[in-house]
Design a protein around this ligand. Structure first.
Ligand code: PMV
Length: 330
């Protein structure tokens, strides 16, 4: 089995290690329209299927990183996070892959525009920005493919946050995952809108790695998931290319609900939905019945993301006044 450290060595081995004072980078959050759910390799975050997302323009993580010699420190939105917290432990393990000498520590400073661990992809933008900031700090001058692989080692979906716009994560077949990275799906759609509805800010009950494993191991419905993804991915790509919005919306919404169905079929069941989630889904469906073209997607949390086009903005906002509206292609 290949380890993360071996992959990092393959990618940055032989490149400079002389840091500058500070590395800096921004990476957008991304929302999957065709979801990634299930790993073929947990150590390397290799997916069973490909997936496709849209990056959220200027909503994401702005990260700087520098070296220090006493301890790792993590400052998120102006607050130092405790070393014993899950997030600090996860970040420390990730940074272990990049220490030029064993005693070298890092100071990481992140401004995140999205609620942490509420299924709004804070880890995707966080690890992508960190991988890019390390590349900047050490002058590695890696290309986007290499950075996408490094970001994937932090969090699978982070590999898609390396690019703006629509992005496909190609699952790949290599056991070491050197062919598992994101590529742009370059079809800008200026009218495309995503609305973020934060229904609950608390941390999610089960992290995505454990939830994916449990789904794979116990859900019978999961056996149908890879075929479902293959079909949905092809349909979504066609819909984007043709700017066929209804087809895109229906397929992305169906794909998200199918993912949640596989989780609910796990024993014991995993359910990220809260009453507010269901209520929002029903409201979106009621709006659609009245002719308003708005669709939804939900990730590993209770929050709902709406998908619509620019000319529907006012109508959608009337129904959801607290919506944070993002124009990914502006
Ligand atoms: O990359 P992770 O481990 O945060 O998993 C992301 C899983 C989903 O957000 C539910 C789907 C996706 O493709 O982003």
């Amino acid at each position: 089995m290949t380890t993360k450290l071996e992959i990092v060595q393959r990618i940055i081995g032989g490149r400079p290690k002389q840091p500058k004072d500070k590395g800096h980078a921004f990476a957008p959050t991304n929302i999957a329209l065709c979801k990634y759910w299930g790993k073929r390799d947990e150590e390397l975050n290799l997916p069973l299927t490909s997936s496709l997302s849209v990056s959220l323009g200027s909503v994401g993580a702005e990260t700087s990183v520098s070296l220090r010699y006493d301890k790792d420190t993590f400052n998120v939105n102006g607050e130092e996070i405790p070393a014993a917290s899950d997030m600090a432990i996860r970040l420390t393990r990730y940074l272990d892959l990049f220490r030029p000498e064993p005693g070298v520590k890092f100071a990481v400073d992140t401004k995140s525009g999205v609620p942490i661990a509420a299924g709004l992809a804070s880890s995707a933008s966080g690890f992508a920005a960190l991988a890019l900031a390390l590349n900047d700090l050490f002058h590695w001058q890696l290309n986007a493919t290499a950075t996408s692989i490094l970001a994937r080692l932090g969090s699978g979906s982070a590999c898609r946050s390396i690019y703006p716009g629509f992005v496909e994560w190609q699952a790949g077949r290599d056991p070491a995952g050197m062919d598992s990275f994101a590529v742009p799906f370059p079809h800008p759609w200026p009218e495309f809108r995503i609305g973020l509805l934060v229904l609950a800010k608390g941390r999610k009950p089960m992290g995505s790695t454990a939830a994916m494993r449990h789904t794979r191991e116990t859900s019978r419905l999961y056996t149908a998931w890879p075929t479902r993804v293959e079909e949905d991915l092809a349909t979504i790509k066609t819909a984007i290319q043709k700017q066929h919005f209804a087809l895109l919306g229906q397929t992305a919404e169906g794909n998200a609900l199918a993912m949640h169905a596989t989780m609910m079929d796990s024993r014991p069941a995993i359910m990220y939905f809260l009453p507010e989630t269901i209520e929002t889904i029903q409201r979106v469906w009621t709006l659609r019945k009245t002719g308003l073209e708005v669709y939804l997607t939900v990730d590993a949390g209770p929050n709902v993301k709406l998908i619509f086009l620019a000319d529907k903005t006012e109508q959608v906002r009337e129904s959801f006044p607290n919506l944070q509206i993002i124009a990914p292609f502006k």
